[in-house]
Write a protein that binds this ligand. Structure first.
Ligand SMILES: C[S@@+](CC[C@H](N)C(=O)[O-])C[C@H]1O[C@@H](n2cnc3c(N)ncnc32)[C@H](O)[C@@H]1O
Length: 348
């Protein structure tokens, strides 16, 4: 059974109100119990303590931490016996240690150092961005399109290669590689922590034969990126896309623990997105596609900007997430007839 959360597995980026700060109390833990207690009692005690201290998702937080310490992903997948027998003193101390971290508002994913993304369990470590549920929808979208059009946009080796800009923990690239055994991928990130975590997750999943990982900044290292990472059939990215002014409204879990450069997309949230779109025609094979996860306000900003600024890249469509918000942009490289004729040597 997969883990699901919204507190630290937050959706709705950039929407004020939903991300508003809650009262943050001091993070004093309850005293260790005098005797031994069961997992169910520990869950109930910590749930109430989290509630009193204003920690989001008190129920899920205590459940995920204690299930993890008992060797499971969810409470539902634990045998009833494990929930009702007395915990060892050592286990109780571990419960207190991890729950106290959660009390400091550390996201539960960092507390237990792993999280599920589609059918993968990935290592998580601060400050590397924790994959959000809507990014699973982005992966599904790319997978569906690659399965539907298997013959178009393949490279000289007859295989599709995808490039992911801003790989974080590696969730998108590793998930695509796991689902498509012929696929190859290149992933890059400006953060050394992210690159290290993607490498670690790649090795754990045994996907090192099909993934190249680079420590590159899509803005500062554009020339290196163009020479190392092209041509590809698909460019995919969940870039930093928050409007800078929305950073102050983030929940403490996000604001205090996650890398701000993974979140802040500049004044209009488009800083990295514009650079990806500028480079896309040089990175993609003809008819290659770009798939982006964006803020719901972005599709209507990207369309006119693209028309005015980038040749050879055409806006295909906007897709909505399961809550009905416009969150995914699909674009396609299409060389003009003039360019094609020039390439074929038909014009002087
Ligand atoms: C929103 S996170 C997405 C991480 C991962 N793809 C996921 O969906 O879980 C954005 C990522 O882009 C990276 N990033 C931000 N600016 C970048 C830049 N200029 N060049 C390359 N990567 C960048 C951040 O370090 C971060 O890992």
């Amino acid at each position: 059974m997969w883990r699901r959360s919204v507190s630290a597995g937050h959706t709705c980026f950039g929407l004020k109100g939903i991300w508003g700060f809650r009262a943050v109390h001091t993070c004093d833990a309850p005293a260790l119990p005098a005797g031994r207690i069961t997992a169910l009692q520990a869950m109930d005690l910590w749930k109430r303590h989290f509630e009193e201290r204003g920690v989001t998702e008190p129920d899920q937080s205590s459940h995920y931490i204690i299930a993890h310490l008992l060797g499971a992903t969810t409470v539902e997948s634990l045998e009833q016996r494990k929930l009702t027998e007395l915990l060892s003193l050592e286990k109780i101390e571990q419960v207190w240690k991890l729950c106290t971290r959660r009390l400091s508002r550390m996201p539960v994913q960092y507390v237990i150092e792993e999280w599920d993304f589609r059918d993968l369990t990935l290592k998580m470590r601060p400050p590397v961005f924790i994959p959000r549920p809507e990014t699973e929808e982005l992966v599904e979208l790319v997978l569906t399109e690659l399965k539907m059009k298997p013959d178009t946009r393949v490279g000289a080796d007859g295989q599709h290669t995808i490039l992911e800009v801003g790989c974080g923990s590696g969730a998108i690239s590793l998930s695509l590689l796991k689902s498509l055994p012929q696929l190859k991928a290149i992933a890059l990130d400006q953060s050394q922590d992210a690159v290290n975590l993607t490498i670690e997750n790649m090795l754990r999943l045994g996907l090192q034969d099909r993934l190249q990982i680079y420590h590159l900044d899509v803005i500062k290292d554009a020339q290196t990126l163009l020479s190392l990472c092209s041509p590809v059939s698909v460019l995919v990215s969940n870039p930093p896309y928050l409007f800078s002014e929305d950073m102050a409204s983030l929940e403490p879990e996000v604001f205090r623990f996650e890398d701000h450069s993974a979140l802040d997309g500049g004044k209009d949230g488009l800083k990295v997105i514009k650079q990806i779109l500028n480079l896309a025609p040089q990175l993609l094979l003809n008819y290659g596609r770009v798939y982006l996860e964006v803020d719901p306000r972005h599709p209507q900003l990207i369309r006119p900007w693209l028309k005015a600024n980038v040749e050879e890249l055409h806006y295909v469509e906007t897709r909505h997430d399961i809550t009905g918000r416009p969150r995914f942009c699909i674009l396609q490289k299409e060389k003009s007839n003039k360019d094609r004729e020039l390439n074929l040597g038909l014009r002087n």
